[in-house]
Design a protein around this ligand. Structure first.
Ligand code: NAP
Ligand code: G4F
Length: 383
C-alpha cells in the first residue's frame, strides 16, 4: 500500500527536499502552501505534476498554520499516514520583529496539527514529525548539546518552538500518539533562504567573484554553528517516523564553525583568500590572494583579470544592524542517539556543503545561463 504523507511548509528548503525524497520512496505527497501574490513554488516546480495526470502523486493544498479549520479539513481529506510539520516563521532575527505572529504560527500551529489528528480520530493511524530546533538550547547549558540538555531559548522564535516541542511530547504521553521531535541543528543547501547567514555569504561571494557586488555586511562573525546539509537532514526526518515508537532526536554533525570561518571557506571555494583583521565592529575581511586555477575552475577565465584587481580590497564588514537583542553564541550537537537508533549518517561535511552552495550560487548569479537552463526546474536534488 502506498503511504500518504502531508508536509506543512512544502515550499520551504526542507519541504522541497523532503517532498522529492518521499516521492522517490513511492509516497503520495500532499503539501500545504500559503496563498501569495506571486508564485512561491520555485523550490518544488520540478516536482509539479499536471492535475489531470492520473498517476499524480504530488498534491498541493492552500492553507496556513494560523487557521485551525483549514488545517483540520486538509487532514480530514488527506487522511495522512505521516505528517511532517515543517511550516514556520523560521527566521530568528525576524521573530524579534513579529513575536506574536511567530508564537501563533510556530507554537500554536503545532498544537493545531496535533489536536486536529486527535479530534479526527487519527491518533492510531497518523504519525507526526515536529520540526524542533537547536535554537531551543540557546544559552547553552551543556557542550555538546544532546537530547537531555536543558533548554534556554533566546528569541521569540525559540520560545515558540519550545511550546511546539513540549506540546508534541505531551500529546505523545497523554494520548499515546506517535509524535516525535527532530531537534535539528542548522542545515543549509543551495535552496536555503537568502537571508540566513550561509546563503547570504555564498550568494555574496559568487557576486563578488563575478564583479557584481563590492562588499558583504554581516553581524556577529564569532557565532558558532553546527552546519549540515538539508539533504541529509530530511532523510533523518523520515527515519524518525519509521521507528516503532515516537521519540525525540538530535540531528547534528558534531562539528562547530564560526561565521568568520564559513566566510573564509566560501571565498576559498572560488579561489579567493580572505584574511580578517581588527576586532568587534571594526573587523574587516580583506582579499590577500587568488588561486588562479581554482578561480578559473569555479568562476571562469573571463572573470580572472578583474578579480586580480580585488587583491587588497576590503570585502567583508560588520554592520551592527544584524546583531540580535539576545544571541545564541555556540551550537554543537551530539548525534549519538540518531546514529545508533536511526542508523543515520550524514553524507556531506562542511566542505562538501559549502562547495555545493558556492557552485550553485555562481551558476545562479550567471543569471542568463541559469534561466536559459530553466532555473530550479532543471534541478533534481537527489541526483
Ligand atoms: P523555510 O525555508 O523558512 O520554510 C518554511 C516553510 O514554512 C515555507 O514553506 C513557508 O511558506 C512555510 N510557512 C511559514 N509560515 C507559514 C504559515 N503561517 N502557514 C503555512 N506555511 C507557513 O524553513 P526550513 O529551513 O525549510 O525549515 C523547516 C522547518 O524546520 C521550520 O519549522 C524551521 O523552523 C525548522 N528548523 C530549521 C532548521 C534549519 O537549519 N533549516 C533547523 C531546525 C529547525 P512560504 O514559502 O510561503 O514562505
Ligand atoms: O543563519 P542564521 O540566521 O541562523 P540561526 O539564527 O542559527 O537560525 C537557523 O537555524 C536554527 C537552528 O539552530 C533554525 F531553527 C532556524 O529556523 C534557522 O534556520 O544565523 C546564524 C548565525 C547567528 O548567530 C547570527 O547572529 O549567524 C549570525 N550572523 C552573523 N551575521 C548572521 C549574520 N545571521 C544572519 N541571518 N545574517 C547576518 O548577516
Amino acid at each position: 500500500m502506498k503511504k500518504v504523507a502531508l508536509i506543512t511548509g512544502i515550499t520551504g528548503q526542507d519541504g522541497a527536499y523532503l517532498a522529492e525524497y518521499l516521492l522517490k520512496l513511492g509516497y503520495e505527497v500532499h503539501g500545504i502552501k500559503r496563498r501569495a501574490s506571486l508564485f512561491n513554488t520555485d523550490r518544488i516546480d520540478h516536482l509539479y505534476q499536471d492535475p489531470h495526470d492520473e498517476n499524480r502523486r504530488l498534491f498541493l493544498h492552500y492553507g496556513d498554520m494560523t487557521d485551525s479549520m483549514n488545517l483540520t479539513r486538509i487532514i480530514q481529506e488527506v487522511q495522512p499516514d505521516e505528517i511532517y510539520n515543517l511550516a514556520a516563521m523560521s527566521h530568528v532575527k525576524v521573530s524579534f520583529d513579529t513575536p506574536e505572529y511567530t508564537a501563533n504560527a510556530d507554537g500554536i500551529g503545532t498544537l493545531r496539527i496535533l489536536e486536529a489528528v486527535r479530534l479526527l480520530g487519527l491518533t492510531e493511524k497518523t504519525r507526526i514529525y515536529q520540526a524542533s530546533t537547536s535554537e531551543l538550547y540557546g544559552l547553552v547549558q551543556e557542550v555538546p548539546q544532546r537530547e537531555s540538555t536543558p533548554f534556554y531559548p533566546r528569541s521569540p522564535y525559540a520560545v515558540a518552538k519550545l511550546y511546539g516541542y513540549w506540546i508534541t511530547v505531551n500529546y505523545r504521553e497523554a494520548y499515546g500518539m506517535h509524535a516525535s521531535n527532530g531537534i535539528l541543528f542548522n542545515h543549509e543547501s543551495p535552496l536555503r533562504g537568502e537571508t540566513f547567514v550561509t546563503r547570504k555569504i555564498t550568494r555574496a561571494v559568487a557576486k563578488i567573484a563575478l564583479g557584481q557586488q563590492d562588499k558583504l555586511f554581516l553581524g556577529n562573525l564569532s557565532a558558532k554553528r553546527d552546519w549540515g546539509h538539508a539533504k541529509d537532514y530530511v532523510r533523518a526526518m523520515h527515519a524518525i517516523l519509521q521507528q516503532p515508537e515516537g521519540s525525540d532526536y538530535v540531528i547534528a554533525t558534531g562539528i562547530t564553525t564560526t561565521v568568520r570561518d564559513f566566510v573564509k571557506l566560501s571565498f576559498k571555494n572560488v579561489g579567493i583568500t580572505v584574511d580578517f583583521k581588527n576586532e568587534g565592529v571594526d573587523e574587516v575581511g580583506v582579499i590577500s590572494g587568488i588561486d588562479e586555477v581554482m578561480f578559473i575552475a569555479r568562476v571562469g577565465a573571463e572573470y580572472l583579470e578583474a578579480s586580480k584587481a580585488l587583491i587588497g580590497q576590503e570585502v567583508v564588514r560588520v554592520d551592527p544592524a544584524y546583531f540580535r537583542p539576545t544571541e545564541v553564541e555556540l551550537l554543537i550537537g551530539d548525534p549519538t542517539k540518531s546514529k545508533t537508533v536511526l542508523g543515520w549518517e550524514p553524507e556531506y561535511d562542511l566542505e562538501g556543503l559549502c562547495e555545493d552552495m558556492i557552485i550553485s550560487d555562481v551558476k545562479l548569479m550567471k543569471k542568463d545561463a541559469f534561466l536559459k537552463e530553466g532555473g530550479y526546474k532543471t534541478l533534481n536534488y537527489f541526483e
